[in-house]
Write a protein of this length. Structure first.
Length: 276
């Protein structure tokens, strides 16, 4: 904490270049979050006596769908940028989107369960929803480690203070400073807010699942409503901090609005449909 107890501060763990590979805890914890989230979802499936092998196969498909979705979801935000072309579209070195990753993973899992497995996707999506929330919370630990997704300057007590010499994530290089400055400024720690809210919502979500009799398939819709709205709100703190924008919105806000809208349609479609 700083001398006025008005911010949080700690040295970032910088991205490390190992040969041609950039090693970042962002990717490590994204993978860890996927593992624990999927493992938890499969345990719920086993508890109810459903086909856990099919569900496990769906998560294998989801890994590849998530990578593709995370990469390609960022493309619309860069169309029209000077020099942006096919080399950038198909480069693995480009930016990645968490919402694109989740969307791609869900689509791939749907194809495995319904198209190949000939099973009911709604049932398995109910298990996947809390796993997605868990994965988000764990994945954000990596963002905290490298200090990524900072928002605008703030005096909020949970803001992150950049000290002189701190090597924060590359997207925030312009915020770094060196001695003799006392501080480089304090900024909204948006990834931390996302982690805290996801952790709290996980327990709320599981309580609701155990105590409300919504129809099969509605819970993935409820998850989408929550996360879409949460990202729309949190990204208001990131506007003007380097994220791609369209008008007065960031592309993440547009993605969040789309996710929440689809989630609302799914929730309303399935919430009153009971399985025998």
């Amino acid at each position: 904490m700083n001398e006025f107890l008005f911010s949080i501060t700690y040295p970032p763990i910088p991205i490390t270049q190992i040969g041609p590979v950039a090693f970042s805890l962002h990717g490590v914890f994204a993978a860890v979050g996927f593992y624990f989230g999927s493992t938890y979802a499969i345990k719920l499936c086993v508890k109810d006596g459903n086909d856990d092998q099919l569900f496990s196969d769906a998560f294998t498909w989801a890994i590849f769908g998530a990578i593709i979705g995370a990469r390609f979801f960022t493309i619309p935000a860069h169309i029209g940028d000077p020099g942006y072309g096919l080399d950038d579209v198909f480069s693995v070195a480009g930016s990645y989107s968490i919402m694109g990753g989740m969307s791609g993973g869900i689509i791939a899992a749907y194809l495995r369960i319904v198209t190949v497995g000939k099973a009911n996707f709604q049932t398995y999506s109910d298990y996947a929803a809390p796993g997605l929330i868990m994965g988000i919370a764990i994945g954000r630990i990596g963002d905290l480690a490298i200090v990524e997704h900072l928002g605008r300057a703030t005096d909020f007590m949970f803001g992150y203070e950049i000290k002189p010499g701190y090597d924060v994530a590359p997207q925030h290089n312009a915020l770094e400073c060196f001695a003799p400055e006392i501080t480089c400024g304090t900024y909204h720690h948006v990834a931390m807010y996302d982690l805290i809210l996801a952790t709290l919502f996980f327990f709320v979500f599981r309580y609701l699942q155990k105590n409300l009799n919504f129809g099969s398939g509605s819970w993935i819709g409820l998850w989408a409503i929550w996360y879409g709205v949460q990202r729309m709100i949190l990204d208001t703190l990131r506007f003007g901090m380097g994220d791609a924008t369209i008008g007065i919105f960031t592309w993440n806000q547009i993605g969040g609005a789309t996710l929440a809208s689809i989630g609302l349609l799914v929730f309303l479609r399935f919430k009153n449909i009971k399985t025998s």
